[in-house]
Design a protein around this ligand. Structure first.
Ligand code: FUB
Ligand code: ZN
Length: 708
C-alpha cells in the first residue's frame, strides 16, 4: 500500500529533486517521537555484563587485545592514516603544504580501530594493558578532534586533497561512510570510558549532515551505506529524534534516484528498499543497509512497516538459501566485491570479503533479536566460526580480505592492505562478540525488568542480568564439544535464596539433530519453538542446567544448483567447517577423494594450531599425480591408493605459510585431475597496488571471460 502511495508521489514530482526530498520519509509517521529505550524485539546483553572467561572466545579475545588492536594501531600510524588527521588540522589552520596519504576512506579505518579498542576497554576496564590502550586512544582522539572544521565537517582526504569535491560526489566519495564509523566509534568510546570527546566530534558531524541532507534539503544517499545504522545508534544514545529522522530519510530515499547520480544496483540504489526482493551489488553495502532497516523495525513506531518486513524477509531468504558459502562467506565476485547470480559460489575465486561476512553476522544478530528466532543465529554462527574468523591469523596480526574455499598456494594473509577495511572490522567484531551470546526481553511499564533470557551462542562465560538478579555461568568446550553446563547464581547477595521469575531459553543449533536437556540432574523434554528450547521460568541460586548437543562429524552436500560443489562434500562438526590443508596431508590436498563410506573421526589436538578440533579420515587418491586433461577424450583410470587425511577448521588455515587447501572434496576419483585444458592467454586487472593478480598463475582455467 505504501509502495503505491510513494510511487504515485514520485510520478507527480518526477524531475524535481527538491520535491522528491519533501516526500514523507516513512509511511506511518509516529505522532510521538519514538522512545530510544524501547525495542520491538529483544535487546542484546551489554558488553560490560558478559565476560567470556575461558575457552574458545577467551583465547581469541586475549589475542585481539594483546596483538590485533596494536597491530591495527601500528599500521594506521605507519601508513599515515592517523597522521592524515594532523595534516588536515594543519590545513584547516592555513598551512596549505599539508599532505594526505592513501585512499579516500582511510579515516574510517582509524574510527573502526577506536571502536574495537572501546569494546576492549569496556570488557577489561582495570587491566594494565587497558591503561596503555586508553592513553593511546585518547591521544588519537585528540588528533582527530583537531581535524574537524568549524561547521562540523570532518574528512581528511577532502580537507587536504580535494576540498573542491566536498559533498560533491556522495555516491562515491565515502564522506558519509567515514562519518558513520566516526559516530559508531564515538558512541562505543563514550559507553566504555565515559569520555565524550570523540562522540562530540561525531555529533557535530551528524548535525552538519543534518543541516545539508533530507526532506526539503538536498536529496542524496551515501554510495556506501553505514551512516544510517550509525545515526540510529546515535539516536538511541542521545535521544535526539532528528538523528533517527535523518537515518530514515537516507534509508527511504534509496532507489528514488530522480535528480541525482546513482551507482544503481552496486549500492542497492536501483529500487526503493521496500521493493527489493533479492540481494544485489556490493556485499558490505547491502549488509549495512539491511542492518539499518532491521534497526528501524526494532523501533515499535516503525515495527509494522510491511514494505521493510517483506523486503527483509525476501532478501534474507535469497542470501541465506542461494548466495551464502558453507563457511558463511558472502559476495562471490571480485568485480563488484559482491553478489552475482543465485548459486554462483565458486570456491577458488571466492571473494567472500571478511567485512561482508561480518555484515552478515551483524544483520543476522539483529534479525535474531527482532524475531526471537534462532534461525538467524544459526546463520550468524556459521559465518562467525568460519568465514569471519578466517579473516585473522592465529597470531592476531595478519589478515585475509578475501576468503576462498580452495587455494593452490596462491593466498597468504598480509599484515595490512592499502584498502584496509577488514583488519579493524575483525578487531571490533571479536572485541564485541560477547553481546551476541544472550538477548533479553524486558516487561513492566514503570520498572521494566528482564522477563526472558535467550541464550544464543555458547562459550565458557559469566553473564550478569542485574534487573533479574541473576548471573548465568556457562562452562563448555564448545565448539569442540556439544556439552554446555549452566549454573545460576544470584547477583543480589541479600536475596540469594529468592526465586527468580525469568523465562530461560536456549538455542538448539540447527546443525544438531539430537539434543538432551537436564535441570538439576533431571532430564526434561522442553518445548522447542523457533529454535529455542524453553527451559523454565522460575529459578533459584544453585540451579544447574546441562545441554547436550549431539555433535557428530557431518558430510555436507550443496544444492545441486551450485555447480562448483557438484559431486563434492564438505566436512562440518558442530558449527565448524573443516578443510584439508597441505601441511597436514603430505603436501597434497587436491588429489584426495572422499567416498561415501570413508571412515571419519573427530579429536582435539592441543598441540596443533594453538589447539583445534580435527577430523581424521581415510579417502582415496590416485597412485600418480593426476595430469590435466588436454586433447585426449578418454584415458585409463590411474591406480588407486588409500589416503589417510587430517582436516582442520577452515578458520585456522594459512597459519603455516602459503599452502594448498580445499573445503569441498570430490566424492569420486573421476573428479581428480582438474578440468584444465590446453593453453590460454589471460589478461588480468587489479584494483589496489598491494593486490597480486594471483589468478593469472593459479593453475586453474577460467570458466569464461567473466570469471574473475
Ligand atoms: O569502500 C569501503 C570498504 O572498502 C568496503 O566496505 C569494502 O568492500 C572495501 O571496498
Ligand atoms: Zn573489508
Amino acid at each position: 500500500m505504501h509502495t503505491l502511495a510513494l510511487s504515485l508521489a514520485l510520478l507527480l514530482t518526477a524531475g524535481s529533486p527538491a520535491a522528491l526530498a519533501q516526500q514523507p520519509a516513512a509511511p506511518q509517521a509516529a505522532t510521538q517521537p519514538p522512545s530510544p529505550a524501547q525495542h520491538t524485539g529483544l535487546t542484546s546483553i551489554p558488553l560490560r555484563s558478559i565476560e567470556l572467561s575461558g575457552g574458545f572466545w577467551k583465547t581469541r579475545q586475549d589475542t585481539n587485545a594483546a596483538r590485533t588492536v596494536w597491530a591495527n594501531i601500528e599500521q594506521c600510524e605507519k601508513t599515515g592514516r592517523i597522521a592524515n588527521f594532523d595534516e588536515a588540522a594543519k590545513y584547516i589552520k592555513g598551512d596549505k603544504s599539508a599532505q594526505n596519504r592513501g585512499l579516500l576512506f582511510n579515516d574510517s579505518d582509524v574510527y573502526k580501530v577506536l571502536e574495537g579498542a572501546a569494546y576492549i576497554l569496556a570488557s577489561r576496564p582495570g587491566d594494565e594493558d587497558s591503561k596503555k590502550l586508553r592513553a593511546t586512544c585518547d591521544d588519537i582522539i585528540r588528533r582527530i578532534a583537531a581535524a574537524q572544521h568549524d561547521d562540523g565537517y570532518i574528512n581528511t582526504y577532502h580537507t587536504v586533497k580535494a576540498p573542491e569535491k566536498r559533498w560533491k560526489v556522495v555516491e562515491h566519495n565515502h564522506e558519509l561512510y567515514c562519518g558513520g564509523h566516526l559516530i559508531e566509534a564515538g558512541v562505543a568510546y563514550a559507553q566504555a570510558t565515559g569520555d565524550k570527546t570523540l562522540l562530540n566530534v561525531g555529533i557535530r558531524f551528524a548535525n552538519h549532515v543534518d543541516s545539508l541532507f533530507g526532506p526539503s534539503k538536498r536529496h542524496a544517499v551515501p554510495g556506501h551505506q553505514e551512516i544510517e545504522l550509525a545515526l540510529i545508534k546515535l539516536w538511541r544514545f542521545t535521544g535526539e529524534t532528528r538523528y533517527l529522522n535523518l537515518a530514515r530519510y537516507f534509508i527511504d530515499a534509496r532507489g528514488h534516484t530522480q535528480g541525482r547520480p546513482t551507482t544503481g544496483e552496486y549500492s542497492q540504489d536501483h529500487l526503493p528498499v521496500r521493493e527489493q526482493d533479492h540481494i544485489v551489488g556490493h556485499a558490505v553495502r547491502g549488509m549495512y543497509m539491511f542492518m539499518a532497516v532491521a534497526d528501524l523495525l526494532d523501533i515499535p513506531a516503525y515495527a509494522n512497516d510491511e514494505g521493510y518486513i517483506q523486503a527483509t524477509d525476501d532478501v534474507w531468504h535469497d542470501l541465506t538459501h542461494r548466495k551464502t558459502y558453507v563457511t558463511g562467506g558472502i559476495g562471490p565476485s571480485a568485480h563488484n566485491e559482491g553478489f552475482t547470480t543465485p548459486y554462483d559460489l565458486p570456491n577458488d575465486t571466492a571473494y567472500a570479503e571478511t567485512c561482508a561476512g561480518i555484515g552478515s553476522v551483524l544483520w543476522n544478530e539483529r534479525l535474531g533479536r527482532l524475531y526471537a528466532d534462532a534461525a538467524y543465529f544459526d546463520a550468524a554462527e556459521r559465518a562467525l566460526y568460519n568465514g569471519v574468523l578466517s579473516g585473522v591469523s592465529l597470531s592476531g596480526d595478519r589478515f585475509f580480505y578475501v576468503n576462498p574455499l580452495l587455494a593452490r598456494g596462491n593466498h597468504d594473509r598480509p599484515d595490512w592492505y592499502e584498502c584496509a577495511c577488514c583488519p579493524p572490522n575483525i578487531l571490533r567484531t571479536v572485541a564485541n562478540v560477547g553481546t551476541l551470546f544472550y538477548s533479553t526481553r524486558t516487561s513492566g511499564q514503570t520498572s521494566p525488568a528482564t522477563s526472558a533470557i535467550y541464550t544464543n551462542l555458547y562459550n565458557t562465560s559469566i553473564a550478569r542480568f542485574d534487573d533479574a538478579g541473576m548471573i548465568i555461568h556457562q562452562k563448555t568446550d564448545y565448539p569442540w564439544s556439544g556439552e554446555v553446563q549452566m549454573s545460576i547464581s544470584s547477583s543480589r547477595p541479600d536475596a540469594s535464596s529468592a526465586s527468580m521469575p525469568v523465562e530461560l531459553l536456549a538455542r538448539v543449533p540447527s546443525w544438531c539433530r539430537s539434543a538432551t536437556f537436564t535441570i538439576n540432574g533431571k532430564t526434561i523434554k522442553p518445548e522447542i519453538s523457533k529454535g529455542y528450547a524453553r527451559l523454565g521460568s522460575r529459578w533459584k541460586a544453585g540451579d544447574t542446567i546441562t545441554l547436550n548437543f549431539d555433535m557428530p562429524v557431518e558430510r555436507i552436500q550443496a544444492n545441486p544448483m551450485v555447480q562448483a560443489d557438484l559431486g563434492r562434500v564438505a566436512l562440518q562438526r558442530g558449527p565448524v567447517v573443516y578443510c584439508l590443508e597441505s601441511p597436514d596431508n603430505a603436501g597434497d590436498v587436491l588429489s584426495v577423494s572422499l567416498p561415501p563410506d570413508a571412515p571419519l573421526s573427530a579429536e582435539f589436538r592441543p598441540d596443533l594450531l594453538s589447539g583445534v578440533g580435527i577430523i581424521k579420515g581415510e579417502g582415496l587418491s590416485l597412485n600418480q599425480q593426476p595430469k590435466v586433461w588436454r586433447s585426449e577424450l578418454y584415458r585409463p583410470v590411474p591406480t588407486v591408493q588409500r589416503a589417510p587425511f587430517t582436516a582442520i577448521p577452515y578458520f585456522a588455515w594459512n597459519n603455516r605459510g602459503r599452502t594448498s587447501m580445499t573445503v569441498w572434496l570430490p566424492e569420486s576419483l573421476g573428479m581428480l585431475g582438474g578440468t584444465s585444458v590446453g593453453q590460454h592467454t589471460y589478461t588480468s586487472s587489479f584494483r589496489f597496488r598491494d593486490e597480486i593478480p594471483d589468478n593469472v598463475a593459479d593453475g586453474a582455467a577460467p570458466a569464461n571471460s567473466g570469471d574473475y
